[in-house]
Design a protein around this ligand. Structure first.
Ligand SMILES: [Zn+2]
Length: 198
């Protein structure tokens, strides 16, 4: 893993335009009314080329976990550097464990990894804004678009860690029927060289 490319930054020191979209360290309540602090520390990503070069785990490149479409805020979508919460390294580590267990390639959908608090899909209420969630649409040759395949791989994911939550199959709120959503909770990571005072 070529981590020498990684630069950790304090989101509170970003320009106002970025702070308004990324909302580093700000409070947000989830759908149950529980309040969480959005990620404050980010890795700075200089280009798509760099995102493809950085391996967070043997089978997961950073680019796979930060691909978004035009539902992302224009500034964050179009301009580099991009910023990803530091906890994304732990998501990649978990996905690597999952991949080893299923013994097949694991595919994360576009908009299915990190999405900023300004993204139109869920925004700051979505755990994807923590960089600790992944939407998996395919494992090996199997597309996860029916109850059988989603429940099969959901069971494997939850067996790997008590921290993992999967969304049940279905088309209602908090459910998914064309991918497996898994997440590690509202996890944030403070790089050792960063101070948590404001
Ligand atoms: Zn999801």
């Amino acid at each position: 893993m070529n981590t020498q490319l990684f630069r950790a930054i304090d989101g509170l020191k970003l320009p106002a335009e970025h702070r308004a979209l990324l909302r580093p360290g700000e409070s947000e309540s989830d759908s149950h009314g529980n309040v969480h602090h959005l990620p404050r520390f980010f890795y700075e990503v200089a280009s798509w080329q760099e995102a493809h070069e950085i391996r967070l785990a043997p089978h997961f490149k950073l680019a796979e976990l930060m691909t978004v479409d035009c539902r992302e805020a224009e500034l964050l979508l179009r301009e580099f550097p991009h910023y990803v919460p530091c906890a994304i390294v732990l998501l990649a580590r978990f996905l690597e464990d999952f991949r080893r267990e299923v013994d097949a390639p694991v595919f994360v959908s576009a908009n299915g990894g990190y999405r900023s608090p300004a993204h139109q899909m869920g925004g700051a209420k979505s755990i994807h804004a923590w960089g600790t969630a992944a939407d998996i649409y395919r494992v090996g040759d199997t597309f996860l678009d029916d109850i059988k395949s989603i429940e099969k791989y959901a069971a494997i994911a939850v067996s790997l860690s008590p921290a993992v939550l999967v969304r049940p199959f279905g088309s209602g709120a908090g459910e998914a029927d064309d991918h497996l959503h898994l997440d590690l909770g509202f996890l944030t990571l403070t790089p050792r060289q960063c101070s948590e005072t404001s």
